[in-house]
Every structure is written in structure tokens, then in C-alpha cells.
Design a protein around this ligand. Structure first.
Ligand SMILES: *Cc1c(COP(=O)(O)O)cnc(C)c1O
Length: 405
């Protein structure tokens, strides 16, 4: 999980529930990949609101479109047709090769929808206690069901009893999944992040995904790929699994889809699209006109401006810069990821780099204790990528020669 700021430096907000360790910095406004705080200090944004601000801040095409929508209709309920839902769903289907979409507001909600589809898919086939294969180090959200699917004891501790019906395996070990297939007749789905985000930027190998696709076809299981963090162009493809040439049956999306406006989606293919019917699922905010407009405009602007292609090119440059400056240092275990979803794994916990980067004018995150995560807006320029390297490299070098704390 994300490293949080040292409690000694956080400022009290007595009426806001204390669930985050925040840095003592209040952000005021942004432009492109830059954000200013209330003291007038400027930061280069290599965090993107945790892989959310696809188009950066104050995008000149997105802002007027959202202003127009706010003035027209923000919310109307699913008692009525919302034409923007069909428009966004059609685009998501075109980009993914899938055929149906359920809209919601967050990543965990998209994953809840996926889990409900999997269980109902099982019941429809006469499996009364359906089970879902999930992964070590996975992160799927903070609701009771999604934290149960998550493979991180820190997320689960204190919230037991966990939801049952999950079987856990290690990532990239096809034999482990084949073993479950041989021994567990109740399995209905395999559920994983194409690239684990919170778990430390751990990519599924392409052959592994291809193997899972075959196994799901042979076993009658759903392949459910959580692309909440790695989807929407971040890795240089619309969806990260497209690098492996596979098509999932269920794909939860959220984070980057609305460039900061809350939105989630469960995109499904033929095996899964008919599983839920009227009365099976719903949510008040899901598919509201403001979030739909944000999704439609985000994808439109990305296509018009080649934003995904930019993520591939600038991401490769950023990775090369990090490799050059840090790759051979003792203490740097691996630099990995694709496009603008990169992780630098160190050989020790490095949460302290969060505040040091902020002091240097750079916003980053540290996840899984030892991994510096870079998930900037996808409009990042080559020059800004170089600036990230120039700001980050000296901090990491200095940190690695310090005596252990
Ligand atoms: C962030 C994240 C979630 C949870 O999304 P929320 O919007 O915070 O509920 C789920 N899955 C993955 C892969 C994520 O990165």
C-alpha cells in the first residue's frame, strides 16, 4: 500500500476522519503537469492524483466541456435514459473489443460489480458456492468484498471476518492455477490486475495472460482483468492486456477514465454481458451525465491529441532516464513497468522519499514500502520526463548512501 507521511509532520484537520497520513501541503490549483500549493510553491506532478489525472490539470479542451455539462445537467438518475452513457459505452466497447458496460463511480465499485457478475455466472451454471481465484499482492479496493479479494494483510487487518469464496495464488505461476482447476470444481473466474499497482508495479507476463485465457476457455471460467490503474492508455495501449493480445470477459475500469471526475465502469464480453439483468445491480451516481461527459471527452481528447501514443513514447524516455541514472546503483533492485506506469524497487523501505520529493518540488508515491511509483498525467512532455529524472535521481542516490535508519 501507499506509504503515508510521518504522523509527526501531518497537520490536524480535527473534523476530517483521520484515515490518511497526509503531507502538510495544501494544493490550490494546477496547469498541465504542474500543481501549486497555497504558499505558492510549484510541484511537478508525477503522481497524477494516483493515476487519475489523465489529461493533467486545467486541460484547455476538457475544462470548457465540463463547464458546459455542469450548466446543462449534472445528475438525473437511472430512472431515465442518459444518452451520454450509450456514447461512452460504445467507445469503450470499440476500444476493448467487448460489448457491454455497467457504469459506477469508483474502482472498488467496478470490482464489486465484477465479483457479483462472477458469482451470478456461477449460480446460473448450478454452482451454488462459486469461488474466484485471486492473487498475492493484489489490490482491488477497500469495501469488505474487495478488501477480501486484495492480497495484502494490512488492508484486511481489523475487518475480519473476510468475505469467503476466494482462492489465492501467486502471480505468473500458471501451474498453481492449473492445480486449482484440477482440484476445485467451484471456481468460476480468475480475477487479477493486468499490472499490479499498489502491490508494487508487478506486471503479469504476456505468456501468463495467454495461458490464463486458454485455461479460462477450457474450464468455462471468466477472465476478469482489473484495469482500474493500468487501463485508459497509461501503458501505451488502451488496456494493458492488449500487449498480450488477449481479450478478457470482464474488465473493471475507473481512475483515469474521467481525468479526475469520479467514474467507474465494468466492461464485459459475450460470456458475461447477459449475466446481470434488471434488479440485479445498480447505483445512484453511476452513469450520471457529468461523469459520462468527463469520460467521453477524456477519450475524445486522447484520440484527437495522440495522448496514448505520447504515454508510450514519453514513458519509454522516462524509463530510459531512470535506468541511466539509477539502474546500476547498488540498492536499486529493478526499474519496471510500461508507458507512464513505472516503479523503481529499492532494497529497503523508502516512504521518507515522499516528503523529500515534495520539498524538491516533485509529487511521487511510494507503494509496497520499497517501490517508488511514477504515474504522471499522460500528457507529460519529454522535457518534463527529463525534469522528473533530474529531480528524483539525486534524492534516491543520497537516500541509498545514508546509514540505515
Ligand atoms: C485504485 C484501485 C482500485 C480501487 O479504486 P477506488 O476508486 O479507490 O475504489 C481497485 N483496483 C486497482 C487496480 C486500483 O489501482
Amino acid at each position: 500500500m501507499n506509504a503515508v507521511a510521518d504522523p509527526a509532520v501531518t497537520r490536524p484537520m480535527p473534523h476530517v476522519m483521520n484515515t490518511y497520513g497526509r503531507l502538510p501541503i495544501a494544493l490550490s490549483h494546477g496547469k498541465g503537469c504542474w500543481v501549486w500549493d497555497t504558499e505558492g510553491r510549484r510541484y511537478l506532478d508525477a503522481l497524477g492524483g494516483i493515476a487519475v489525472n489523465t489529461l493533467g490539470h486545467g486541460h484547455p479542451k476538457l475544462v470548457p466541456a465540463l463547464q458546459d455539462q455542469v450548466a446543462k445537467l449534472i445528475h438525473s438518475s437511472n430512472y431515465y435514459e442518459v444518452p451520454l452513457q450509450e456514447q461512452l459505452a460504445a467507445t469503450l466497447c470499440e476500444l476493448s473489443g467487448l460489448d457491454s458496460v455497467f457504469f459506477c463511480s469508483t474502482g472498488l465499485e467496478a470490482n464489486e460489480g465484477a465479483l457479483k457478475i462472477a458469482r451470478k455466472y456461477g449460480h446460473d451454471r448450478g454452482i451454488s458456492r462459486p469461488e474466484i481465484i485471486v492473487y498475492e499482492k493484489a489490490f482491488h479496493g477497500r469495501s469488505i468484498a474487495t478488501l477480501s479479494a486484495t492480497g495484502n494483510p494490512k488492508v484486511q487487518k481489523g475487518f475480519e471476518p473476510l468475505v469467503e469464496g476466494f482462492v489465492r495464488v501467486p502471480l505468473n505461476d500458471l501451474a498453481a492455477v492449473e492445480e486449482v482447476a484440477r482440484t476445485n470444481p467451484n471456481v468460476v473466474a480468475v480475477f487479477l490486475e493486468t499490472i499490479q499497482g499498489e502491490g508494487g508495479i508487478n506486471p503479469s507476463r504476456w505468456e501468463y495472460l495467454q495461458g490464463l485465457r486458454r485455461l479460462c476457455d477450457d474450464s468455462g471460467w471468466l477472465l476478469m482483468l482489473d484495469e482500474v490503474q493500468c487501463g485508459i492508455g497509461r501503458t501505451g495501449k488502451w488496456f494493458a492486456h492488449q500487449w498480450a493480445g488477449v481479450v478478457p470477459d470482464v474488465m473493471p475500469l475507473a481512475k483515469g477514465l474521467g481525468s479526475g471526475v469520479p467514474i467507474g465502469a465494468v466492461v464485459t464480453g459475450p460470456k458475461a454481458s447477459g449475466v446481470l439483468g434488471p434488479g440485479n445491480h445498480g447505483t445512484t451516481f453511476g452513469g450520471n451525465p457529468l461523469s459520462m461527459r468527463a469520460g467521453v471527452e477524456t477519450l475524445r481528447i486522447m484520440r484527437e491529441d495522440g495522448v496514448m501514443e505520447n504515454a508510450a513514447v514519453v514513458g519509454a524516455r522516462l524509463k530510459a532516464g531512470l535506468e541511466r541514472e539509477l539502474g546500476s546503483l547498488p540498492g536499486v533492485k529493478e526499474i519496471r513497468g510500461a508507458g507512464l506506469m513505472l516503479g523503481i524497487e529499492l532494497d529497503r523501505p523508502c516512504g521518507v522519499l515522499l516528503s523529500r520529493a515534495a520539498e524538491a518540488g516533485l509529487m511521487i508515491s511510494v507503494t509496497a514500502d520499497t517501490v517508488i511509483r511514477l504515474v504522471p498525467p499522460l500528457i507529460l512532455s519529454a522535457d518534463e520526463a527529463d525534469q522528473i529524472v533530474a529531480l528524483l535521481a539525486p534524492l534516491v542516490k543520497a537516500f541509498l548512501v545514508e546509514p540505515a535508519a
